[in-house]
Every structure is written in structure tokens, then in C-alpha cells.
Design a protein around this ligand. Structure first.
Ligand SMILES: Nc1ncnc2c1ncn2[C@@H]1O[C@H](COP(=O)(O)OP(=O)(O)OP(=O)(O)O)[C@@H](O)[C@H]1O
Ligand SMILES: O=C(O)C1=C[C@@H](O)[C@@H](O)[C@H](O)C1
Length: 314
């Protein structure tokens, strides 16, 4: 019983650590999971290809919760391999959890889709009565199970349903992380430049009190995002949370004349700049020059609106 799936990394519009409301958008970087279920055991053993000594508790918990919910409590093995760097602010834990839950569904022979989720991308074709496709598991349910696993594994502060929804569904997802509720989802088509400094920052270690202090700015970012002004929202978010978490704001200042929006992603350290095709001033090639002089890596990518999938391709 082998199953495979992949889920997206994501960038931040609004960090939820101040108010519990967050927003993130799917990036064209993937984490893939392969799950092999064994009905003869309930033990799960995980491996992270890029980090053989990495903590596998999250992905092991994802398999256990998924077989408990949709299978017969089978154990087995799970392996992730990823283009999303760990602890870099690009939502590696959300991508790993989503890919693992979906790969477990795939191994159980379940169909996964968006039936019955009005906010999800293909819900219009979801009703069997009207000729749509019936599914066994919705992607949002799978996403919520991964968030539960992340809370139980202690790798998140709020549950990070914003990151998980963007990783699972693609597009910009605005969420209430207290209730694991998707408030809004919007497709976006941006070019993206990501600068990842050499250091790493685990979300679970972030200074939550400092983040709470910038709650009035988070409310402003929420208002901008709710109006669909995502690029301005992310720039305000980046300035506020860089200040709260002690990150340099110079990369953002360098980006502002050359990007439609720029933000510290998650709890850092990556900084993500986006270029909207309709913005005549955005020029990520020009931004790559000053950012390229900084230590660390530069990555060019785009947004994705399709999200996570089972099997080997979307
Ligand atoms: N590719 C992966 N495969 C398996 N587990 C992972 C993977 N990435 C992250 N994890 C799990 O999630 C934990 C937290 O990782 P990390 O801090 O990177 O997640 P994050 O909160 O999404 O942060 P960031 O947004 O900075 O990437 C890791 O210790 C590990 O247990
Ligand atoms: O652990 C968490 O709850 C979070 C971590 C960061 O990625 C944030 O960007 C996100 O909004 C919430």
C-alpha cells in the first residue's frame, strides 16, 4: 500500500503570531511524501531526505492521525524530499504535513478533492447529483488534520492554518487560525524573488510577546488583505514583524522601489519580494543585484494557484 503526494511551500502576507489571523500564498516549490502502509503494525517510521538527523515526529504523527481517521490504524514508513528549506520561513512543516496526509490517503486508495468546500478551487464540480466528482477526503479536511499533527508535534504557535491552507490550496489564503477557518482565498499571478540568509529560525522558538506588541499593525494588514490589497499588506507586515522579531529591514527598503510587495516570510529569516505583472515599476532582476551581494541564497519562482496533489503530478 504505497501512496505519493506533493504540497507547496508558501510566503507570508500576514503573520498570525500577533492576532491569530494570518495570510499566506502558495509558491512553486514542492515537498513530496511517499508513504508505505503496513497493516501488520501501528508503528510509523519517518525519514527526511535532506536532513537524516531531522525531527520526524510531525510526519509520523500525520500518518498515524490519517490512518486512525480514514483507515484501520495502519503503521508503516514515510519519507519526505523537499525543495523547501527547513526553518527558513517558507512553510516547510506545512508542506511536509500536507504532503504526508495526502500520501497516506493515496496509499489507502481514497480519492481527494474539494467537494463541499465552497471556498476551495474546484467546488463547483463537487456535487454527484449534478454530475460532479464525489471525493472521500476534501483537501481542507486533510489540511486540518496536518495542522492538528503540527500542534501535537509542537512545531507551531497558532497551528499555522494560514500556511497550511496556502500550501494545500495555492493562491492567497486569509484564515482565522484560532478556528482553522478559511476566510478568503484568491488566485494571484506574481513573479517571486526569495532571499534566504544562511541562518535558520524555528517558528516554535519565536518571541510571541514581541509579536503581540505589533497587533495594531497586524489589524491594519488584515484590513488591507481583506480588501485584496495583498502586496501593500505584505509590505506593512514585513516591516512590523521584522521589527518585532529583530530582523534587518534593509532588504525590504532595497526591495520597495523594485517590487510590488516585500515581506519577512513567517518568522524568518527568508525575505520574499513579489512582482505583479500589472505593476510597471516592479523589476525583480534589478532587485537580485543588491540582494545577491548578501550572504545566503537567492531563488526565483512564481506563485501557484493549484496547490497540493496526490500521485506524481498535478
Ligand atoms: N521536509 C520536512 N520533512 C519532514 N518534516 C519536516 C520537514 N520540514 C519541517 N519538518 C518538521 O517541522 C519542524 C519544524 O520545521 P520548520 O521550522 O522548518 O517549519 P516551519 O514552522 O514551517 O518553519 P518555516 O516556515 O520557517 O519553514 C521540523 O523540526 C520537522 O519536525
Ligand atoms: O507557527 C505559527 O503559528 C505560525 C508561524 C509563521 O509561519 C507565521 O507566518 C504563521 O502565520 C503562523
Amino acid at each position: 500500500m504505497e501512496g505519493r503526494a506533493a504540497a507547496l511551500g508558501a510566503g507570508t502576507v500576514l503573520n498570525a503570531l500577533a492576532t491569530g489571523t494570518g495570510a499566506a500564498f502558495g509558491l512553486d516549490v514542492e515537498t513530496r511524501a511517499t508513504v508505505d502502509l503496513d497493516p501488520g503494525t501501528d508503528a510509523v517510521e519517518g525519514t527526511i531526505a535532506e536532513d537524516p538527523d531531522g525531527d520526524t515526529a510531525l510526519i509520523e504523527r500525520c500518518v498515524a492521525l490519517a490512518t486512525e481517521r480514514w483507515g484501520d490504524g495502519e503503521g508503516g514508513t514515510v519519507r519526505t524530499d523537499s525543495d523547501v528549506p527547513l526553518a527558513a520561513g517558507l512553510k516547510s512543516s506545512s508542506a511536509a504535513a500536507n504532503a504526508t496526509v495526502l500520501a497516506t490517503c493515496d496509499a489507502l486508495g481514497l480519492t481527494v478533492g474539494d467537494a463541499g468546500d465552497p471556498a476551495a478551487p474546484d467546488s463547483a464540480a463537487s456535487d454527484p447529483e449534478t454530475g460532479g466528482t464525489a471525493v472521500d477526503v476534501t483537501r481542507l479536511d486533510a489540511c486540518r488534520l496536518g495542522v492538528r499533527a503540527a500542534r501535537e508535534a509542537g512545531v507551531t504557535v497558532t497551528g499555522a492554518f494560514d500556511d497550511a491552507a496556502a500550501s494545500m490550496l495555492g493562491g492567497v489564503c486569509l484564515t482565522d487560525n484560532g478556528e482553522d477557518r478559511l476566510r478568503a482565498r484568491d488566485p494571484v499571478d506574481w513573479d517571486v524573488l526569495v532571499w534566504t540568509p544562511p541562518e535558520r529560525a524555528y517558528s516554535a522558538d519565536a518571541d510571541v510577546e514581541r509579536c503581540a506588541a505589533v497587533a495594531p499593525m497586524a489589524d491594519l494588514v488584515d484590513d488591507l488583505a481583506a480588501d485584496g490589497r495583498y502586496t501593500e499588506a505584505m509590505t506593512v507586515n514585513g516591516l512590523a514583524f521584522s521589527a518585532a522579531l529583530g530582523f534587518d529591514t534593509d532588504p525590504a527598503v532595497e526591495a520597495m522601489p523594485r517590487a510590488s510587495g516585500v515581506s519577512l516570510s513567517g518568522t524568518g529569516p527568508s525575505v520574499v519580494a513579489v512582482a505583479d505583472a500589472a505593476d510597471p515599476d516592479a523589476d525583480l532582476d534589478a532587485l537580485a543585484e543588491p540582494w545577491g551581494d548578501r550572504p545566503g541564497t537567492l531563488r526565483r519562482t512564481t506563485t501557484r494557484n493549484d496547490g497540493a496533489y496526490t500521485g506524481d503530478s498535478p
